[in-house]
Design a protein around this ligand. Structure first.
Ligand code: ATP
Length: 236
């Protein structure tokens, strides 16, 4: 059964439960970098599907350049339409107040009844903010995390990150230098998977700037998302 709040995708019947990846983000807008990491992580970890989870609107503060939750959700729907292994959840868009990953993971664990292993996908730049999250130590015990390389961020920074087990420096150097592409670090019953993927330089902030300046963005995001941005005058 498809959990409530996700768009439809075929259920996969297997004897062993396959994992489901959760990719949270502002998706302001969703772009080829997000789609690349979703596809490549799905394939590397043999995940059944990836659930994109756009954040809701911040309740009290107006963030410059932040498209509405509805527009960001719509853009994700357009971006993933051709891939049946991708779904989008409105769990954070519907929830009032600030979206905390720990709350989202708890809710999704309830929806999935604990029957499917969940993997929280996150870019290395965002994971390095771990100490500023709500209940970060608890979040790490709820499901496995997949920390994905991103240009400009170094795995070696994990060596001094509080709340995670100490990782040998050489293992982190090997990831940064491409001598290894995956490192699994057990955290209790879960695992922190560091994944080095081919670099993709695309960033949402760059796309917003280019739209504002009337520059082309065609090779940075799916055509349907570009059309949506232009039709609805988002970021311009
Ligand atoms: P900005 O580029 O403005 O910083 P963003 O794309 O990083 O925006 P989000 O939409 O919140 O912001 O990103 C969702 C997740 O995708 C984050 O975990 C982020 O680290 C990761 N991510 C985004 N772009 C890339 C990329 N090019 N390579 C690897 N990871 C990425």
């Amino acid at each position: 059964m498809q959990p409530a709040g996700e768009n439809s995708a075929p259920d996969v019947q297997t004897s062993e439960p396959m994992g489901v990846g959760l990719l949270g983000g502002t998706f302001n807008p969703v772009h080829n970098g997000h789609l690349d990491i979703a596809r490549q992580t799905r394939d590397a970890l043999h995940l059944e599907r990836i659930v994109f989870i756009p954040t809701g609107d911040p309740p009290h503060k107006h963030q410059e350049d932040l498209a509405s939750a509805r527009d960001r959700y719509e853009m994700v729907q357009l971006a993933i339409a051709s891939d049946p292994s991708f779904t989008v959840s409105d769990i954070e868009v519907r929830r009032p107040g600030k979206s905390y990953s720990v709350d989202t993971i708890r809710l999704l664990l309830q929806q999935h009844g604990g029957s499917v292993p969940l993997y929280f996908l996150i870019g290395l730049d965002a994971f390095l903010e771990l100490p500023t999250w709500r209940d970060p130590a608890i979040a790490l015990t709820l499901c496995s995390f997949v920390v994905i390389s991103r240009p400009g961020a170094s795995f070696q920074a994990l060596g001094t990150l509080p709340l995670i087990p100490r990782i040998p420096t050489q293992s982190l150097v090997d990831l940064d230098e491409g001598c290894s592409s995956r490192l699994d670090v057990p955290i209790g019953e879960q695992v922190l998977i560091c994944l080095r993927l081919p670099p993709c330089e695309v960033s949402a902030s760059d796309i917003r700037t280019r739209v504002k300046q009337g520059l082309p963005v065609a090779n940075l995001l799916p055509p349907a998302v570009e059309s949506y941005i232009l039709q609805h005058h988002i970021y311009s």
